[in-house]
Design a protein around this ligand. Structure first.
Ligand code: NDP
Length: 357
């Protein structure tokens, strides 16, 4: 695939492509839609995905996969999940024969995404994988290949593509020339033992966890792929951040000259996005939350949506209509390629070309 084809595939993902019948093997029920199984019943599944699945039109919470018996019991009662649709990580592959589960949603620590995306694909289930899609671009390629080989659709949990504020900033570059994009996303990690602080499970620190939203913003606001990157990594608490980075700042070279700076940290709070185009200046704070996003410029207001419910419904619509998700596996791969270049630039302390091959 040449670079131009790759750009089309990853950023301007063509929703017009009609794929082979993706409903084969799905027991689509017009009343309730497709059945979704959540893998990993942590904070994101508990507080966001399960509640969102109570609001979706094209799918419903049909199954769970967990390593914790207590959670399985609680969830089965709360969401009336049938015993046959409850799995452990060991029994997960039996999901293949379960025609009530059409979609698997992987919400595990980052380093476990690849294994469960590939096992889902081999079981013939369509997959949504949480961000970051993997802990390396090599992993992402393996996941994409497995999904293609098994004729299942793959998507990444990039919920902000379904948010009205972000949809607005995505449209700005189409109306006039962009001059500047800046974003800053951070929070303070209190527990040095959580998996996000472990290189083996997280793959990296703030950049992998939340800086990825800055990378996403850079691409969908500019509507261009960054070509080169410079980056600086800082540790004000090296004794605390022993395995992964604490704070990282980066700047891209885009094909068009757009001034930009992005930073992300696990050691200071920040949640801001600022876009300056010839037509409009737009500041968003908070910018990356699930709800309550706010524009500080001329009080521009958009209606609040349930980002996760829209994301889930859109993915199921893609399956039903046989087209790619706009938040595709290729987009997840692209972001890991950019992230790898950011880490390299920070380490080498020089500008690095981003490798999209
Ligand atoms: P949590 O730590 O809250 O939950 C992870 C769950 O994974 C655990 O509760 C556990 O579930 C399961 N698990 C299996 N193996 C392990 C292991 N070795 N260590 C820790 N947990 C394990 O994480 P989150 O829910 O916050 O994050 C999960 C994924 O979702 C991450 O990839 C993260 O980046 C992403 N995320 C995305 C967000 C978004 O806005 N799109 C927001 C938050 C997270 P069980 O007990 O059921 O086995």
């Amino acid at each position: 695939m040449d670079r131009r084809q790759f750009i089309e595939k990853s950023t301007l993902v063509s929703s017009a492509i009609v794929l082979p019948n993706l409903l084969t093997g799905c027991r689509f029920d017009n009343e309730v839609g497709l059945g979704v199984a959540l893998v990993g019943l942590g904070q994101y599944s508990t507080d966001q995905l399960a509640p969102a699945l109570q609001k979706t039109n094209n799918c419903y919470l049909a199954g769970i996969v967990s390593g914790t018996d207590e959670k399985k019991n609680d969830w089965s009662k709360k969401y009336k999940i049938r015993e046959e649709n409850i799995y452990s990580y060991d029994s997960f592959d039996q999901i293949k024969g379960n025609d009530e589960i059409d979609v698997v949603y992987v919400a595990l620590p980052n380093a476990l995404h690849k294994e469960f995306v590939i096992r889902s694909a081999k079981a013939g289930k369509h997959v949504i994988c949480e961000k970051p899609m993997g802990i390396s671009s090599t992993e992402c390629k393996e996941m994409i290949d497995a999904c293609e080989q098994n004729n299942v659709l793959l998507s990444v949990g990039y919920r902000l593509h379904f948010d009205n504020y972000h949809r607005h900033v995505m449209s700005l570059s189409k109306k006039s020339r962009l001059r500047q994009i800046n974003a800053d996303f951070g929070y303070v990690v209190e527990d040095p033992n959580e998996w996000r602080m472990k290189k083996e499970l997280a793959g990296g620190g703030a950049l992998m966890n939340i800086g990825i939203y800055c990378v996403q913003s850079a691409c969908y606001i500019s509507n261009q792929l960054p070509e080169m990157v410079t980056a600086q990594s800082f540790k004000s608490k090296p004794h605390f951040f022993t395995e992964v980075e604490e704070t990282i700042t980066f700047q891209f070279s885009f094909p068009d000259a757009i001034s930009n700076t992005f930073s992300t940290s696990h050691n200071y709070p920040a949640n801001r996005l600022s876009v300056d185009s010839e037509n409009e200046k737009f500041d968003l704070s908070p910018a990356f939350t699930y709800s309550g996003l706010g524009s500080t410029f001329r009080s521009r207001k958009f209606s609040t949506v349930n980002q996760q419910a829209l994301q889930l419904d859109d993915f199921c619509k893609c399956i039903i209509e046989g087209r790619r998700s706009k938040v595709s596996g290729e987009m997840g791969l692209r972001d890991l390629q950019i992230i790898e270049a950011i880490y390299e630039a920070a380490e080498l302390k020089k500008e690095v070309k981003i490798n999209y091959s």
